[in-house]
Design a protein around this ligand. Structure first.
Ligand SMILES: Nc1ncnc2c1ncn2[C@@H]1O[C@H](COP(=O)(O)OP(=O)(O)OP(=O)(O)O)[C@@H](O)[C@H]1O
Length: 583
């Protein structure tokens, strides 16, 4: 039988999900199955008694049967509620834990891995794929266990009643499993395609929602809806294809099961007419044959369905297996105290490539001391942002050393390093929550007075207090919308609050009105005091005051020096200044 390879790691991950509640889960599932199977077994025996009662006119058998069924039904109702509760609760807990674990894991994934994922695909893995995993526990495993318990108990009872008929039914059942096995590969393939199509669909949806403004700007509505429609149609085709396979399989199963019953009835009638067996026993055997055939049928179709669900598990596992930011550091600490004599940042002959082939930074060397501002300028794609990412340890240099406070960043954990760095990016991300909460991200545990003082230094306090809810104004998606200049000042407030010794500043390129521009410039100037600042500069005012300027070109340092030195060299920097500095 061409069984597909069972991927152990997927089954292992599936087991890991339920492990903390495994006893509760398995007790619920097995208890449920035994209860249901015993009802059917009792019905079979009562059915036998009824047929015999009719044949022999012994109505006490009938009375006994009614009593047994009634009592068992009451007990079963209670047990089914208890067992159902046990396994449902354990599955819900397991899935909630899995979702939290996956989101937690997503936050630890290294930058180069996360760069390769689309947020839509990530959301699909966390929602749709985990939902598929849930069906393994709520549907497939319980049905599988039930089918086995019901089938095996039916087989035993049937063998006890008449082993010859039992053998015939078992042989036909084996044929059923073989046929279902033939379909397993197609189910797995269809499952893989459907799950990844769900990922594509979410990716397209995120593009439509996040890129809404751009879509409208370029009148791309038709293109976007066509793209979304194509994926949706593809998903529909795949689902219909899987439905067709399921349909063929169901009819084959139905045909084989019917043959089974017809066979039993024919053989049974013959045996009854020859008085080898009584009518009641044949009635019971038909009931047990139903149990046994049900098991074979379910084993086949459930194993194929399980393949589909394991496709979801595979995508969840892929997410879990992505490389994370390493956490096994030699425990290096950054000795930050007072005014350092040595340069705070030392970058010695650093090179870096994202994909191990093309270097985007080559042989970069510079130093930045206390109270100094080092500015990087250069054309688009010259490597300025990449250098910032190396300083933040989102990536490690492929060659050379990068040290902060005399310690190689390789030796300290990203958390320890980032505690000493305040990063003010062009597009600060503001989370759903109040302005106070957003600023407090600079230093958790800061008091309200400290938050307000930081906002004051960032020239943000005034506009915040002017809002009707002040610091309690809710921002983020669906909340109050801040202007570009206001967002930048909130980001600067975070940096002031952090008290970090190093500031990485990605100066905004977007044009702001003069008042905003002046306020931000004043805040930045004050942030530079008594700190070490690395700035990606786009404005002449910023570079003019820098201690040293580095001009990046294609990942190389093309020129370095003070504003005056570089101007008199009349090179690339001079040309940029002539062009009014729009790097
Ligand atoms: N995550 C990434 N994976 C692969 N290549 C990348 C990645 N990020 C940037 N690059 C490449 O690295 C090079 C330098 O990019 P970087 O963003 O550092 O330039 P930049 O000077 O900051 O540009 P800009 O001023 O336009 O922001 C570019 O060729 C870019 O395509």
């Amino acid at each position: 039988m061409p069984l597909p390879k069972w991927n152990n790691s997927e089954l292992k991950v599936a087991y890991q999900c339920i492990k903390p509640n495994f006893i509760l889960y398995i007790t619920g599932v097995i208890g449920n199955s035994i209860t249901e199977a015993s009802i059917f077994a009792t019905i079979a025996f009562v059915f036998r008694d009824m047929l015999n009662a009719g044949a022999n006119r012994d109505y006490s058998l009938l009375q006994r049967g009614i009593w047994i069924i009634s009592i068992e039904a009451v007990i079963a109702c209670i047990l089914l509620v208890v067992f159902g509760y046990m396994f449902n609760v354990s599955v819900k807990k397991a899935m909630a834990n899995l979702r939290i674990r996956i989101v937690d894991r997503t936050l630890d994934i290294s930058m180069d891995s996360i760069d390769k994922l689309h947020s839509g695909d990530l959301i699909s893995r966390i929602n749709t794929d985990i939902q598929t995993v849930e069906t393994i526990f709520t549907n497939q495993i319980p049905r599988l266990i039930y089918a086995i318990i019901y089938g095996v108990s039916s087989a035993i009872l049937m063998i006890l009643l008449n082993w010859q008929i039992a053998l015939v039914v078992i042989a036909l059942g084996a044929a059923l499993i073989t046929v279902n096995g033939l379909f397993m590969r197609s189910f797995r393939k269809a499952g893989d395609q459907i799950q990844s199509c769900h990922g594509e669909l979410n990716t397209a949806l995120v593009d439509v929602l996040d890129g809404n403004e751009t879509v409208k700007l370029f009148s791309m509505e038709t293109i976007m809806i066509r793209k979304y429609g194509e994926i949706k149609n593809n998903l529909l085709d795949l689902t219909v294809k899987r439905g067709q396979i399921q349909g063929i399989l169901d009819s084959i199963n139905f045909l084989l099961s019917s043959l089974n019953y017809v066979g039993i009835l024919v053989v049974g009638s013959y045996l009854v007419s020859r008085k080898f067996i009584n009518l009641g026993d044949i009635g019971a055997i038909v009931q047990f044959a139903m149990g046994l055939t049900f098991m074979f049928q379910q084993l086949g179709s459930l194993l194929t369905q399980l393949q589909g669900s394991l496709s979801g598990m595979k995508r969840v596992r892929e997410l879990e297996e992505l490389p994370v930011e390493p956490s096994d550091y030699p425990g290096g600490k950054l000795l930050v105290s007072g005014i350092p004599d040595e340069p705070v940042i030392k970058c010695a002959d650093v090179s870096f490539a994202y994909d191990n082939d093309k270097e985007v930074l080559s042989h970069i060397s510079f130093q930045a001391g206390y109270n100094e501002t080092i500015a990087f300028v250069g054309g688009s794609g010259s490597g300025k942002s990449t250098l910032m990412k190396l300083l933040l340890k989102f990536y490690l240099p492929t060659k050379g050393t990068l040290s902060v406070f005399n310690t190689s960043i390789k030796e300290v954990s990203p958390e320890v390093l980032r505690e000493q760095i305040a990063y003010v990016s062009q597009e600060a991300y503001l989370f759903q929550g109040t302005l106070e909460e957003n600023i407090r991200m600079g230093r958790r545990g800061a008091t309200f007075d400290e938050v307000a003082a930081a906002a004051q230094r960032a020239n943000a306090d005034e506009f915040i207090r002017d809002l009707s809810d002040g610091y309690q104004t809710r921002i983020g998606e669906g909340g109050f919308q801040l202007s570009g200049g206001q967002i930048q000042r909130v980001a600067l407030a975070r940096a002031f609050l952090s008290n970090a010794g190093i500031v990485l500043l990605d100066e905004a390129t977007s044009a702001l009105d003069n008042t905003s521009e002046r306020m931000i410039q004043k805040a930045v100037d004050s942030l530079r005091e008594e700190r070490t600042v690395i700035v990606i500069a786009h404005k002449l005012s910023t570079v003019r005051n820098a201690t040293k300027i580095y001009v990046l070109n294609n990942g190389h340092i093309q020129e370095e020096g003070s504003h005056e030195e570089l101007l008199s060299a009349r090179g690339m920097y001079w040309r940029m200044v002539e062009r009014n500095f729009t790097a």
